[in-house]
Design a protein around this ligand. Sequence first.
Ligand code: ATR
Length: 278
Amino acid sequence: MAIPVDHYAVMGNPIEHSKSPRIHAMFAESVGHRLSYNAQLVPVDDFEEAVKRFFDNGGYLGLSVTVPFKEQAWQLSTVRTGRAEKAGAVNTLWMDEQSTLNGDNTDGLGLVRDLTVNNSVSIKGAKVLVLGAGGAVRGVLEPILAQEPSELVIANRTVSKAETLAGLFPEQPVKASGFSELEGSFDIIINGTSASLHGDLPPVPATVIAASTCCYDMMYSASNTVFNRWALGQGAGAVIDGLGMLVEQAAEQFAIWRGVRPETIPVLEMLRNELSGG
Ligand code: ATR
């Protein structure tokens, strides 16, 4: 008799370049779990039905959700974790034994873990600048704040959006700003704008960077991202791109679904090697 296999997938649009199937396959192999995980291209108006169809089958247990469906996944989730609630977006869905659809957001945990564990950059007590105020930034704010930075400034082209995000955390040392008003340097600068998708830079004054500044671009690419190249040019002490965040957020998903957190460094090294054509 065939041994039943648990099924997982990532849903997005577009999806063909997703690294998630490879990442989860490597995780499963490393911990000796038998499961399937594939990428599903979902038409933009069909996400709700696609989720229903997926979980209607026995053994179909969890979904990763990516652009543009994270907000819809938040709406569909019957139960949400606190950080998903604040994020306004869900990237991890699973059906529990009571047939309740649960939603979490592991993006912020992935970012924090990549910074603090993989790169030994401490957020506690640090002056942190986050660039951008879209969905990607909202998704990571709570886990960053949980690390207790001394200050977190959200700077955005459209200042009102930064103000709205800062307003989600009234008890915390969070401020909103435009780019040109930024003053002084920061310990950690996180680029969460989509400017780099178009090869653009957020127009940030160079004074935000000091020799001890660590810059983190939530995007990744084969060589340094446009933002990280700029940061190095201004004398930043270290630059990191978002490949580690991608792997770490996936490991958090795997832990939620499978009850075991896989080793991430071998997967990250393999992907980095592939990305740089090695
Ligand atoms: P995502 O889901 O990737 O966060 P989004 O919600 O559309 O996408 O947000 C994109 C973010 O990148 C916003 O903060 C946007 O600034 P505005 O809110 O002012 O639109 C920012 N952004 C996009 N292109 C930019 C550019 N060329 N320069 C600076 N900021 C840019």
